[in-house]
Design a protein around this ligand. Sequence first.
Ligand code: CA
Length: 421
Amino acid sequence: MKSKQRLLWHAALAATLFPVAAFDAVAQPVSAASAVSSASAVSAQAPLQDFTAWKAQFRTQALESGISADTFDRAFADVAPDPSVIERDQTQPEFVNPVWEYLDAELSAQRIQRGRELLQANAATFAAVSARYGVAPTVLAAIWGIESNYGQDTGELQVVRSLATLGYEGRRRAFAQTQLIAALQIVQHGDVTADQLLGSWAGAMGQTQFIPSTYNTYAVDFDGDGKRNIWTSSADALGSAANLLHSLGWHAGAPIAVEVTLPDGFDYHLADLGVKKAVREWYRSGVRAVGDAPASAQPDDNASVILPAGYRGPAFLVFDNFRAVLGYNNSTSYALAAALLAERYEGRGQIRASWPKDDPPLSRSDLLALQALLDQQGYDAGEPDGVAGPATRAAIRAYQTRHGLPADGYASVSLLDRLRR
Ligand code: CA
């Protein structure tokens, strides 16, 4: 997938439960930091005032938050709303890539090869970052590769302008305004000037694609030049990503995810991130690792079973480090891609089971239809929002259980067909 398309697609699905960005999804990857818009956000409304009046009002708010008049006035000197940002904010993607297509795109041979070269060329930096934060070089390379194609796609828009646009007339103005204040704090702190503060249309910045508030809390000056620079210093970017993962509870040496097979008669209700058990319990119930055994998984480690494409597709045992990656970017597809890419650099990480390519995930409008049908038939999927969140999955499971189907909670085309009959 092309990077710009990817960012657009990601951002339209993102939400804000986690430090960087978050979205509760099984198969809908979101960008690390493009957390400004949400599929469940309220519809757009025309701004109540013109931009100049809004800016004056926001200036008061910014100054009350500790931004100096000088910082604000310089950063806003030439700022006018950016129509392209609003256009992207209003776009709700109709089609969600199936997880297997997402993985194919993120784990391309080119991506793997480039990562290997960079791991070698920057071995000393990776080793130093890893020694300080406990995150393996391969994992950091994978995050770096997925977030910004190893620093090549860092975003070219001025973050202050983008966030001012979204704060003025976006779908989630309060959130955008919070990020805008955080962006002004970055400028005031002196790491970069407002002109150098570049990112995606939704304010995801630099090689790590941090939003400003994440930058303020987690970015580090790893190369020691006195400035935190996630835009052009790969050492700072890698250090910052590692610092974030470390803060999210990273366990050094522990796995992220391992492909498993499930025993006959497995209760698919248990295949859910909300169900955590010790590894030994999963093994006792007949769950088995396939391919490379998870040598580093300890029997007492907590893990969950996930089925990213339903019971007919591959199953994975995912560990606390999987949850840390979700804290970076709350998408199971993203976390799975990071886990697998890290292994592919070393020639591992091939998925053994096949994907149910004849049963792709639903488009947005089909998911809305599914949610409405479930509601009509007495299964509480919540207000239809076109997103397969926890309530929708629970409603699907209730329907599946009632009808003697494997209760995997997967919103598939075949399920919708059945509900429509
Ligand atoms: Ca630095």
